[in-house]
Design a protein around this ligand. Structure first.
Ligand code: PAN
Ligand code: ZN
Length: 187
């Protein structure tokens, strides 16, 4: 940047659909098949068509992953749907630097933020447009779409947080969010 120069930000957030445009933007897509192993009924998950998208993530990473002191900004879209009684959801993770926190906020649709501490206590917060969620140190987090439209959730996290997917891949969360009598319930 030159002294006294007035510039344009390289990334724009569409306030109607919360999509990011500009550079550099990362676009991630997870098919249901790819994440089938997170569901109780993996066989049912594997039977969905190859092109069924479970969720997408857009992110602006202005600095290299792992940089200390920076921030990343993202928006996740979880599609509506269920595998048996279990709602479409993200893989979920602890941060690799476990003490790195994160903000989530609801933008569109409805869902649950499922949280688990290192002692494997699991609880959830309702997500809806305007709900704001502080995910503290050493807390695993996962989003589930409990509605029938796309669930869109914003996120902001430290650039050195990293993602530890292994722990959840190995041991899962200690509870699952399923529909029981028409209501989302942790079991
Ligand atoms: C989010 C998540 C996003 C996708 O940006 O990465 O919702 O979920 P998974 O990473 O668990 O598949 C975040 O929490 N970043 O730290
Ligand atoms: Zn995270």
């Amino acid at each position: 940047m030159n002294h006294l120069e007035i510039t344009n930000t390289p990334v724009i957030l569409g306030l109607n659909n919360y999509s990011l445009t500009g550079k550099p933007i990362i676009n991630q897509q997870r098919t249901l098949k790819e994440v089938a192993s997170i569901y109780q009924d993996q066989e049912v998950a594997k039977q969905f068509p190859d092109d069924t998208i479970a969720y997408t993530v857009q992110a602006w990473m202005p600095v290299a992953e792992g940089t200390s002191g920076g921030l990343f900004f993202g928006a996740s879209t979880i599609m509506p749907g269920k595998v048996g009684t279990e709602y479409f959801m993200t893989k979920g993770h602890f941060h690799s630097l476990g003490d790195r926190a994160e903000f989530y906020w609801g933008i569109q649709g409805k869902g649950m933020l499922i949280l688990m501490d290192r002692d494997r206590n699991t609880w959830a917060e309702e997500v809806y447009p305007g709900s704001l969620h502080y995910i503290g140190s050493e807390i695993a987090h996962r989003l589930a779409n409990t509605g029938n439209e796309n669930l869109i959730v914003g996120a902001c996290w430290p650039s050195d947080a990293g993602h530890d997917y292994d722990e959840i891949a190995r041991n899962g969360f200690s509870a699952r969010l399923v529909e029981e009598d028409g209501n989302p319930t942790l079991v």
